[in-house]
Design a protein around this ligand. Structure first.
Ligand code: PAN
Ligand code: ZN
Length: 166
């Protein structure tokens, strides 16, 4: 929900107002209950990211690095329109569009956050090595270097005013 990510949206005041006003669900995701310590297992599942904006910024997932940094992931877009915003610890940034039928390879070392830039739920299939692990803390503390906002009806990538090199 928005309440779980208030500080991660550029416009925290808009986020707080939305929390007061029903605290909408941003996304949900589903996977099987597979062992998380087995490098031989592939975890897979579905993410449903709802449409909407906090201020001008599109609804997005928290985003994370994998704890075993060098583990990759594949996303496949089933429905909706989105973007996968990625960055490395060194500061390289990449953003790929997601339309139904697109597969995206998120290489090891790249943090990944999905963003819904459309008007319907963005539904994605994902698969990754089950022991990859999820490091949310780095993104929570520092934020992403870039944000994706709507400008004149179109998505644009801007510098994140909240990003801090720590
Ligand atoms: C996905 C994500 C899922 C939710 O399964 O965990 O889309 O996004 P956040 O983890 O950023 O909240 C994945 O990338 N697993 O590794
Ligand atoms: Zn991941």
């Amino acid at each position: 929900r928005v309440s779980n990510m208030v500080s991660q949206f550029a416009d925290s005041d808009a986020a707080k107002a939305m929390v007061e006003n029903g605290d909408p669900l941003l996304y949900e995701f589903y996977g099987l209950d597979l062992p998380e310590d087995d490098a031989g297992v592939l975890q897979f599942g579905t993410t449903i990211l709802y449409p909407g904006k906090v201020g001008d910024e599109y609804f997005m997932t928290k985003g994370h690095f994998h704890t075993i940094l060098d583990t990759s992931e594949i996303y496949y877009c089933l429905k909706g329109k989105g973007m996968m915003l990625m960055e490395t610890p060194e500061g390289d940034v990449d953003c790929k569009e997601l339309n139904p039928g697109d597969a995206i390879f998120v290489p090891g070392r790249w943090a990944h956050r999905s963003i819904n830039i459309g008007n319907e739920p963005l539904i994605m299939f994902f698969v990754y090595r089950a022991d990859a692990g999820h490091d949310y803390g780095t993104i929570e503390e520092k934020g992403y270097r870039k944000i994706v906002v709507e400008k004149d009806g179109k998505p644009v990538m801007l510098d994140n005013p909240k990003w801090a090199e720590k």
